[in-house]
Design a protein around this ligand. Structure first.
Ligand code: ACO
Length: 332
């Protein structure tokens, strides 16, 4: 095996979103809400929603192709594809379909499910394969189509979510640009945010009933998730900074899971990171779950906001409950 180095560089990014743009005014035609309520409580103005003919595989593949083009690597050079998603087209996983569509014939591919923390969990997982010298080129995609699972008559949740995909390429390098991370889970709070399978017994043969069920829509205790996020996210970021031997002064960009502008502002305040260092695009996308961080990263890179060598603190949080932070430098 060719040994290039066991450090990690993030060398490319890409993003994609479905064509349909739905603003808050449009939503006020299906549930009792208003642009004013949604904007002031969340910062969201519109979201992109997938049509019946746009699959998760389509959006994830489109984002991946752009990331590979930026990194200037061929699909056949990818060793591993990790697709962070909670809304695969196929319950067995969609990563292999993305692999086939990309023509990444040498890559092993699997899905990783950690809801809105999926991108951060995927980043750390990918990094382990590079640090052990196992793989050199990894494609990490965060993609979700939560609109399939939202209850469109529940105004407390349906206004929050949108669809999309973002991707990055991680490559082995001499210097390690992943400076620190910390991941956490707490299943005791699982009921705060769920998309649960509802089992219904069906008698198969005498005395044996199997479960034939369906998945419920997303249910969420918004206030609990809010309190959890503003408490736990600063803590986990501080831990990751400690592991990286850095202080907040060294941070160029705070790139949080794009759930709610008030959460972004509160975390920034607690960490004393000024608003101009906080990346936010949720006005245009809403909460795209595992896709939100890589979409925002890609947009900031492409407009020249994030520059090579910039230190980025990223943090995902959501269902599970799961949360985590990773600190990395952009580029080689
Ligand atoms: N339009 C109008 N009114 C609404 C709407 C709406 N869309 N939604 C709720 N309301 C009403 C409520 O019914 C309530 O009315 P009431 O006082 O008469 O009962 C009132 O507004 C206030 O509701 P709250 O739930 O207290 O509103 P809050 O200020 O907490 O904001 C929100 C709700 C935006 C959901 C907030 O709690 C939040 O952002 N929580 C975090 C959610 C989050 O980040 N989830 C994603 C995690 S990521 C993942 O893994 C998927």
């Amino acid at each position: 095996m060719k040994q290039i180095g066991a450090g990690i560089s993030i060398t490319g990014s890409g993003s994609a979103a479905p064509a349909a743009v739905v603003d808050n005014h449009a939503l006020s035609r299906i549930v009792e809400t208003s642009d004013e309520w949604i904007t002031t409580r969340t910062g969201i103005r519109c979201r992109r929603l997938a049509s019946a003919s746009e699959s998760l595989t389509d959006t994830a593949t489109a984002a991946a192709e752009k990331a590979l083009a930026m990194a200037k690597i061929a699909p056949t050079d990818i060793d591993l594809i990790i697709l962070a998603t909670s809304t695969a087209d196929d319950l067995f996983g969609s990563a292999c379909q993305v692999q086939a569509r990309l023509g990444a014939s040498q890559a092993v591919a699997f899905d990783l499910t950690a809801a809105c923390s999926g991108f951060v969990f995927g980043l750390v997982t990918a990094a382990q394969f590079i640090r052990t010298g196992t793989y050199q080129n990894i494609l990490l995609i965060g993609a979700d189509i939560l609109s399939r699972w939202v209850n469109w008559s529940d105004r407390r949740t349906c206004v929050l979510f949108g669809d999309g995909a973002g991707a990055v390429v991680l490559q082995a390098s001499k210097r390690d640009h992943l400076l620190g991370f910390e991941l956490r889970s707490d299943g005791t709070q699982n009921s705060c945010l769920q998309l649960p399978y509802q089992s219904q017994p069906q008698e198969l043969i005498d005395g044996i009933a199997i479960a034939k069920g369906y998945y419920h829509s997303i249910t969420m205790n918004g206030q609990e998730v809010y309190k959890f996020a503003v408490k736990k996210v600063p803590e986990v970021i501080e831990k990751a900074l400690y592991r990286a031997n850095l202080t907040v002064e060294a941070v160029d960009w705070l790139l949080l899971h794009q759930a709610n502008q008030r959460i972004l502002d509160a975390v920034g305040e607690r960490l004393k990171i000024p608003p101009e260092k906080i990346i936010s695009n949720l006005a245009n996308y809403g909460n795209t779950s595992a896709a939100s961080i890589p979409i925002a990263l890609d947009e900031a890179v492409r407009v020249g906001k994030i520059k090579p060598g910039n230190v980025i603190v990223t943090s995902g949080f959501g269902a599970g409950l799961t949360w985590g932070a990773a600190i990395f430098e952009w580029g080689n």
